[in-house]
Design a protein around this ligand. Structure first.
Ligand code: AMP
Ligand code: ZN
Length: 137
């Protein structure tokens, strides 16, 4: 993907601060950290979204995210870690090349997710959505 910014980072055509790389994945620092130390785990090969990404790559991305979380806890003294992966503009995704955010969290980091929990009208509304998902597993 010649116009993909993350493919350009993989090709070393644009700079990034690399934390780790192997044959499948590249990990670099997010240029706009939600909390300082925020890293991105990307596939070296261009895939998007997660539903179009081979299982072994999805697995590798998340196993690598676990290693990075461990490095943030032990190397950056993080108190916790958020791991997240966006798919589609409706989800807030800006770069359409599969990536996993690994964000170190500190009890005093001042960041709050706008986690505005909703309520179902009743049990049946929730059960119907579960049923619709079950039909497509
Ligand atoms: P998303 O909204 O899930 O697509 O996240 C894209 C992330 O990529 C954002 O957190 C950006 O700050 C980050 N980003 C975009 N361009 C660069 C870049 N050149 N180097 C490092 N991080 C980047
Ligand atoms: Zn790409």
């Amino acid at each position: 993907m010649s116009d993909c910014i993350f493919c350009k980072i993989v090709a070393k055509e644009i700079p990034a601060t690399i934390v780790y790389e192997d044959d499948d994945v590249l990990v670099f620092m997010d240029i706009g950290p939600i909390v300082k130390g925020h890293a991105l785990v990307i596939s070296k090969k261009h895939y998007d979204p997660v539903t179009e990404t081979p299982d072994q790559i999805v697995s590798k991305l998340h196993l690598t995210a676990k290693r990075i979380a461990n490095a943030q806890m032990n190397g950056l003294e993080a108190d916790g870690v958020n791991i997240m992966q966006n798919n589609g503009s409706a989800s807030g995704q800006e770069v359409p090349h599969i990536h996993v955010h690994v964000i170190p969290r500190y009890s005093d980091d001042g960041h709050h997710w706008n986690w505005n929990a909703k309520k179902y009208a009743d049990f049946n509304e929730m059960a119907k959505l579960a049923c619709n998902m079950r039909d497509h597993l």
